[in-house]
Design a protein around this ligand. Structure first.
Ligand code: C5P
Length: 233
């Protein structure tokens, strides 16, 4: 599997996003578009960034009845994104329906990965709000196995969990990991962080990096440093 750095473009509108991407005159980064930008700027922002030669991870985290998710996934597939995602909590039936919706007539499809448990959910919320009594790391692995059973390509998880996910689901099962910081940069609101190099050693296939690149004085230099540390290029 090819490792890559995905830049989280958490900007409020198309203008700011495109001005940011204009800075990258060499290698075009793999870009993550989240809910804020997608719902604010609409599907045209996906087409525009794609036309500029970037790969796109569209991070919309679907969670609905299988039929609705299947139809929504068909729309994303027509947009030609490279990775999209959903909540594994939507059940195996929902994940299978999503894959069906995503698969084009010629058999090709974007990669589909699952969120297991959000990193904002802790053991107390799991037990008290969701009435799930098992330890959270076991829940994460169980949900990852469900995603694999449904035929998905991988999960979003912390770099700390990447090794365990690979152990449980195989090395081909992708781990896409946010929570990455340079050794000398601020943690911001991320709690369990790793450097790009540690993430590589822990088996991450893709790292998702936002503020250490988007808020850097020189975003291109920060992106290149990230690629050097994570991919070795
Ligand atoms: O700026 P930063 O590097 O913290 O950005 C990380 C990106 O990954 C953000 O878009 C954030 O929403 C996303 N993310 C995360 N933790 C998760 C899932 C997604 O930080 N568990």
């Amino acid at each position: 599997m090819e490792r890559d750095v995905i830049v989280a473009c958490d900007f409020p509108n198309a203008e700011t996003t495109l001005a940011f991407l204009d800075k990258f005159t060499g290698k075009k980064p793999f870009v993550k578009i989240g809910m804020e930008l997608f719902y604010g700027a609409g599907p045209d922002i996906v087409r525009e960034i794609k036309a500029r030669g970037h790969k796109i991870f569209l991070d919309l985290k679907f969670h609905d009845i299988p039929n609705t998710v299947k139809k929504a996934m068909a729309v994303l597939s027509a947009l030609d994104v490279d990775i999209c995602n959903l909540h594994a909590g939507g059940t195996i039936a929902m994940m299978e329906a999503a894959l069906e919706g995503l698969t084009r007539a010629d058999g090709t499809r974007p990669l589909l990965i699952a969120v297991t448990q959000l990193t904002s959910t802790d053991q107390a919320a799991l037990e008290n709000d969701l009435l799930i009594k098992e330890p959270i790391d076991q829940v994460v692995i169980h949900y990852a196995k469900n995603a694999k059973k449904a035929g998905l390509d991988g999960v979003v998880c912390s770099p700390q969990e990447a090794g365990k996910v690979h152990e449980a689901c195989g090395t081909e099962f992708l781990t896409v990991t946010p929570g990455v910081r340079f050794a000398d940069s601020a943690a911001d609101d991320q709690k369990r962080i790793m450097t790009p190099e540690q993430a590589r050693l822990n088996g991450s296939d893709y790292i998702v990096v936002g503020r250490p690149i988007t808020a850097a004085e020189d975003p291109v230099a920060a992106y290149e440093r990230c690629c050097r540390e994570f991919i070795g290029e």
